[in-house]
Design a protein around this ligand. Structure first.
Ligand SMILES: [Mg+2]
Length: 258
């Protein structure tokens, strides 16, 4: 259900001179699924985001923990959609955007982080390792609760010995990155790039809290699903969030006089 308070905030947001609509993918635009490759945006949400991108003075972006390649494969974003991947370590802002380049030191550190996480995963039934351009992820979704927490703690200890590795917790994942970035920095960069005077940001996971933390008065932060949050608003599910996007699109069209 979209609360009256959220409706009112969206109505004000829709009148912004330059609006940025930046959304997380998994658990926000797309329902959570067992296998990450199977995730797809809800058709209503994808359509509403595409429509918003077509409104003058309105920019759209996906801000995901996924590597950019993985995000593109599941989200099939419109060419005008800006992309922030790997929690901010990778960005795509158009055809002239520079790809991520690791320094030799970062590449060496990444190799050591990968080796450490791989060793932990080998000793854990149901654990899986995912390589990303600037990091490595330990997935524990298919492990027992006991094995999962033991593996996460072991990996955290091993990674803690590597100077310069940033460790981030997510839902049944532990992620190590050699590029220090988070979704908050991603939003700040997008705000600057697009000249946005107001931002909508929505996300479902703990890593999205860094995004909510950089929002300003007049912005709208929406937490999708349960869990503690600094976001001012909450919806229950990706389906409800799709309705938010549809409503915002109507308001935005009316506000810019189309
Ligand atoms: Mg998410």
């Amino acid at each position: 259900m979209i609360t009256l308070e959220l409706r009112s905030a969206l109505a004000t947001l829709a009148t912004a001179d330059h609006l940025l609509v930046a959304v997380d993918f998994d658990g926000t635009l797309a329902p959570l699924v067992e296998h990450a490759d199977d995730a797809r945006p809800l058709p209503a949400a994808a359509a509403a985001l595409r429509s918003l991108a077509g409104v003058p003075g309105t920019a759209t972006a996906l801000i995901s923990g996924r590597a950019l390649d993985s995000l593109r494969a599941v989200a099939t974003p419109e060419p005008e959609t800006l992309l922030v991947g790997s929690h901010g370590a990778e960005t795509w802002t158009g055809p002239n955007a520079e790809p991520l380049q690791l320094t030799p030191e970062q590449a060496d550190l990444l190799a050591r982080a990968r080796a450490a996480v791989a060793e932990v995963a080998e000793a854990c039934a149901g654990c899986r390792v995912e390589d990303k351009p600037a990091g490595v992820v330990l997935h524990t979704r298919s492990a027992s609760d006991g094995d999962a927490s033991a593996a996460v703690e072991a990996a955290r200890a091993r990674l803690g010995e590597l100077d310069g590795v940033q460790v981030t917790d997510g839902k049944r994942v532990l992620e190590a990155s050699v590029v220090h970035a988070n979704k908050g920095e991603g939003i700040l960069a997008l705000r600057e790039l697009t000249g946005a005077t107001a931002v909508l940001f929505a996300g479902d996971d703990v890593t999205d809290e860094k995004g909510f933390a950089v929002l300003e008065p007049g912005d709208v932060g929406i937490k999708v699903g349960p869990g503690e949050t600094a976001a001012e608003f909450r919806v229950e599910s990706p389906a409800e969030f799709a309705a938010v996007l549809e409503h915002l699109h109507e308001l935005r069209l009316a506000a810019v006089g189309n």
